[in-house]
Design a protein around this ligand. Structure first.
Ligand SMILES: NC(=O)c1ccc[n+]([C@@H]2O[C@H](COP(=O)([O-])OP(=O)(O)OC[C@H]3O[C@@H](n4cnc5c(N)ncnc54)[C@H](OP(=O)(O)O)[C@@H]3O)[C@@H](O)[C@H]2O)c1
Length: 249
């Protein structure tokens, strides 16, 4: 069993920040050629430069996950830049607006489902058949603990990630027999650029779990990386909570 990813290409969405950035660094450290994706080129270039300066291989491919044409182009471009293959797909990029149901603009429902459900769906549709044809591949979806239970103000976000959780199992059934493992990591509160505006509210959210604190991005990335490697060779369709124990209690 090896964790050496030399020769593999890993596409990570939302890799310009937070959990995705940490995952990109960890997969690159194992030898993968990492395709860093996001909208913000300057943040993407900085992630690529950091990986290269640590001796890794990385390239940035810009994409807007809310635009289906951009998602199709991402799949194509990542395959080209990756040397004709994408072996690992991490569907990490996400939108997480919180708020009262009655105050939610209709457009926001479409936007959240476009980024959190439709984009992963289209990327899997574009990339998993080629993985299956080659007989190997790993897909890791990033969901959330609030896909598991109801929380005031998080219904839209949680329901989109609950859809992604179910898709994880459906794709495991569809692509697993051809050697493509599909799993998900379900993070709890994690201190990232994206959650920085929550301030102390993130700590309060975290106090409900046994760990009693928010995660660092590396702690979530470690679980994603595990599921992406052969260390997880017999794990298909699993939703791994990495939430400080929050859904266990
Ligand atoms: N942090 C938490 O507490 C927590 C908890 C549970 C689950 N999660 C999930 O973990 C994932 C990462 O969260 P994070 O906290 O690391 O977020 P973050 O720091 O805000 O990073 C989000 C990433 O997603 C990208 N992104 C957002 N909208 C995009 C779009 N329309 N098109 C392309 N890229 C887009 C951003 O890239 P650009 O800005 O460059 O476009 C960025 O790289 C998300 O799926 C989130 O739902 C996070």
């Amino acid at each position: 069993m090896t964790t050496n990813l030399t020769g593999s290409t890993a596409l990570i969405t939302g890799a310009t920040s937070g959990i995705g950035k940490a995952t990109a660094a960890q997969l690159a450290a194992l030898g993968a050629h990492v395709i860093v994706s996001g909208r913000d080129k300057s943040r993407g270039d900085a992630v690529v430069a950091a990986i290269r300066s640590d001796g890794g291989t990385a390239d940035f491919v810009a994409a807007d996950l809310s635009d289906e044409h951009s998602v199709f182009q991402l799949a194509e471009r990542a395959t080209e830049v990756g040397g004709g293959h994408v072996d690992i797909l991490v569907n990490n990029g996400g939108a997480f607006p919180f708020g009262a149901t009655a105050d939610t603009p209709a457009q926001q429902i479409d936007d959240v489902f476009a980024v959190n459900v439709k984009a992963p769906y289209l990327l899997v549709a574009a990339l998993a058949p080629a993985m299956a044809h080659r007989g190997h591949g790993a897909i890791v979806n990033v969901t959330t603990m609030v896909a598991e239970f109801g929380m005031n103000g998080m219904g839209l976000y949680g329901s989109s990630k609950a859809a992604l959780a179910l898709l994880t199992k459906s794709w495991a059934a569809e692509f697993g027999p051809a050697g493509v493992r599909v799993n998900a990591v379900s993070p709890g509160p994690t201190r990232t650029e994206g959650t920085a505006p929550m301030g102390d509210a993130l700590d309060e959210l975290a106090t409900a779990g046994p760990a009693g604190r928010p995660a660092q991005p590396d702690e979530i990335a470690a679980a994603i990386t595990f599921l992406a490697t052969d260390q997880a060779s017999f794990i298909h369709g699993a939703l791994l909570p990495v939430d400080g124990g929050r859904i266990a209690v």
